[in-house]
Design a protein around this ligand. Structure first.
Ligand SMILES: [Fe+2]
Length: 324
C-alpha cells in the first residue's frame, strides 16, 4: 500500500535533498518545492497528506503560506514547520493556524522522521474519529426516526423520548459529566425505548395496567434495544446505557446482573428522568401527576429503584428550571 504523499517546501536545496531522502527511505512519497509560491501551486493540484514548510523564504514566507493554505485550500491538512534560530516566534505564531509540529534546524534523520511519523499517526486518528462521528450521526438519525415511529403508534407517548432526553442531559451536566458523556447520554435517552420494536402490539398498546406476565415481556425491551444498538459501530456506550435503563439501583429489588454504581451513569439518569416524564404526562388510564407529586415519588424510590445522587441532581435541575 502506498504511503502518505508529503510536500516539502524550503528554499535551501540541501535541506530539500536531505529531508526528502530521509522520508523516501521509510517509503513516504515526497514532492519538493523551492519556494512558497511553487508549494502553493502544487497543493492547489491536490493529493497531499502532509505539508512540511520552512518559515524564512524569499518571496512569500512560511507563515503567509500557512494562512493561505488554511483559508484557500484546507482547514485540516496537517502542517509541520521547519524552524531555525530567529524564526522560533513565528513558528509558535503558526500554531494559531493549526500547525501540528515543529522540526528544529539542524535536525537528525531520527528527529525528522519521528516528528513526521507522529503527525501522520495523529492525523490518521483524527480522520478516523471524524469518519466515526459521521457514521454515528447517520445511525442516530435513522434510529431516532424509528423511535418516533414507535411513539407515533401511541399518541400518549409522543415526544416523551425527546422531553426525557432534555432532562437526562441536564442531570448529566449537573453531575459534572463531560460534553462527550452528556452527548452520549442524550443520544441514549432519545433511543432508550427502541427495543419496543420487538414487543407485541397487544402488550405495547394495551389501554390499562399490565399483568405480571405482560410486565415481564415489556421489560425485555431494554435488552432488545441494547442488542439492536450493539451492532452499530460507535454506539457501544449508547447500547450499554439503553440495555440498563430499567435496571434497579438496588439489586435486592431486581434480578439484573449489575447494580449500584456499576450500572452505567447514563442508565441511572435515564431511569429517573423516564419515570418522572411518564408520571407527569397524561396516560389513557390515569391522570398526570404534578411535578411535586412526581418528585416525592422519586424520593420514595431513592436508594431502591433510583440512584440517590441522580435524584438529588435531578431536583437541582428542576429547581434551576423553576419547576419546583
Ligand atoms: Fe423503557
Amino acid at each position: 500500500m502506498p504511503k502518505e504523499n508529503i510536500l516539502i517546501i524550503d528554499d535551501e536545496g540541501v535541506i530539500l535533498d536531505t529531508s526528502s531522502e530521509i522520508l523516501r527511505r521509510v517509503d513516504y512519497r515526497v514532492t519538493t518545492a523551492c519556494n512558497a509560491e511553487e508549494g502553493y501551486a502544487a497543493l492547489k493540484a491536490g493529493g497531499f497528506d502532509l505539508v512540511i514548510t520552512d518559515i524564512r523564504m524569499p518571496g512569500m514566507d512560511g507563515l503567509s503560506l500557512i494562512k493561505k493554505i488554511r483559508h484557500e485550500i484546507s482547514t485540516d491538512i496537517p502542517i509541520i514547520v521547519i524552524t531555525g534560530h530567529g524564526t522560533v516566534d513565528t513558528a509558535i505564531e503558526s500554531m494559531k493556524h493549526g500547525t501540528q509540529g515543529f522540526i528544529m534546524k539542524p535536525f537528525t534523520p531520527q528527529e525528522f522522521r519521528g516528528t513526521v511519523n507522529d503527525v501522520i499517526t495523529k492525523s490518521g486518528i483524527m480522520k478516523e474519529n471524524i469518519r466515526l462521528k459521521a457514521v454515528e450521526s447517520s445511525y442516530i438519525s435513522i434510529i431516532a426516526t424509528l423511535a418516533s415511529t414507535i411513539e407515533a403508534r401511541d399518541p400518549y407517548t409522543a415526544g416523551h423520548a425527546f422531553r426525557m432526553a432534555e432532562y437526562s442531559k441536564g442531570i448529566a451536566v449537573q453531575m459534572g459529566a463531560s460534553d462527550e458523556e452528556s452527548g452520549t447520554i442524550y443520544r441514549a435517552a432519545v433511543l432508550h425505548d427502541i427495543g419496543k420494536i420487538g414487543i407485541p402490539d397487544h402488550i405495547l398498546l394495551k389501554k390499562g395496567p399490565l399483568t405480571q406476565d405482560e410486565i415481564q415481556i415489556m421489560n425485555e425491551h431494554a435488552e432488545i434495544g441494547g442488542k439492536i444498538l450493539d451492532n452499530m459501530k460507535g454506539l457501544e456506550k449508547v447500547a450499554d446505557i439503553v440495555r440498563h435503563h430499567h435496571t434497579y439501583f438496588n439489586i435486592k429489588h431486581h434480578t439484573h446482573k449489575v447494580n449500584g454504581r456499576d450500572i452505567p451513569l447514563g442508565a441511572r439518569i435515564i431511569a429517573a428522568a423516564d419515570a418522572f416524564e411518564a408520571m407527569t404526562s397524561l396516560r389513557p388510564y390515569r391522570k398526570a401527576k404534578s411535578v411535586s407529586e412526581a418528585v416525592e415519588e422519586l424520593k420514595r424510590m431513592t436508594g431502591t429503584q433510583f440512584d440517590p445522587d441522580v435524584v438529588n441532581a435531578f431536583i437541582e435541575v428542576l429547581k434551576d428550571r423553576g419547576m419546583v
